[in-house]
Design a protein around this ligand. Structure first.
Ligand code: AMP
Length: 195
């Protein structure tokens, strides 16, 4: 059975860090939609040009664009599973993902819900801003991204809770402590170490 994982939780919760660990340990590709969009912007592609102002402002890229991006990516090398970081961010995206997977007889195995207070997440993002220089890690845009999360993304957790596959993660702990929780959840969901 493929291990199909989604990572949920507000910006700054540490989803990307853990998704990269999952990729290394469980041998499934990490698919970060924010990374894909930033790469498109850096390349100056058509897609990049269309989304730059939206990403820089901390709003969501339209669902149809995101769903097509994910559809193309999932068709490529995800036979053993995948870990999605940053998608789905709306209920419509979650439903589109279910339909896409359903067409090939698959379904999300587990949804990890990274929980931490907004103040802690904000401090982390401000710290990261100094290291990575992301254009959307300024104080104003960070606030906007939290608003966007609260208005459009937070309810996505309920979609997976209703299916009984939502697992809460104490995301305010150290990277290694969070990793231990993540591993336990994925092993319970049938994931096996690649190494
Ligand atoms: P992230 O790196 O996940 O924080 O994403 C950075 C930005 O990319 C977000 O603030 C959105 O503007 C955009 N983005 C990433 N994933 C999605 C998505 N699934 N739906 C809409 N916009 C997205």
């Amino acid at each position: 059975m493929p291990l199909d994982v989604v990572m949920l939780g507000r910006p700054g919760a540490g989803k990307g860090t853990q998704a990269r660990r999952i990729e290394g340990h469980f041998g499934i590709p990490q698919i970060g939609t924010g990374d894909m969009l930033r790469a498109a912007i850096a390349e100056g592609s058509d897609l990049g040009g269309r989304v730059k102002a939206i990403v820089d402002g901390g709003d969501l890229v339209p669902d149809d664009l995101m769903v097509e991006l994910i559809r193309a990516r999932l068709a490529d090398g995800t036979g053993a599973g995948f870990v999605l970081d940053g998608f789905p961010r709306t209920l419509d995206q979650a439903e589109a993902l279910d339909r896409m997977l359903g067409e090939i007889g698959r379904a999300i195995s587990v949804a990890l819900d990274f929980q931490l207070a907004q103040g802690v997440a904000e401090e982390r993002l401000l710290g990261r801003a100094a290291l990575e220089g992301r254009s959307d890690d300024t104080p104003d845009v960070i606030r906007r991204r939290f608003d966007t999360f609260r208005r459009q993304t937070a309810q996505v957790s309920e979609h997976y809770r209703a299916r009984g596959i939502l697992v809460g993660i104490h995301a305010d702990r150290s990277v290694d402590e969070v990793w231990a929780e993540v591993c336990e959840a994925l092993e319970q969901a049938g994931g096996r170490s690649d190494s």
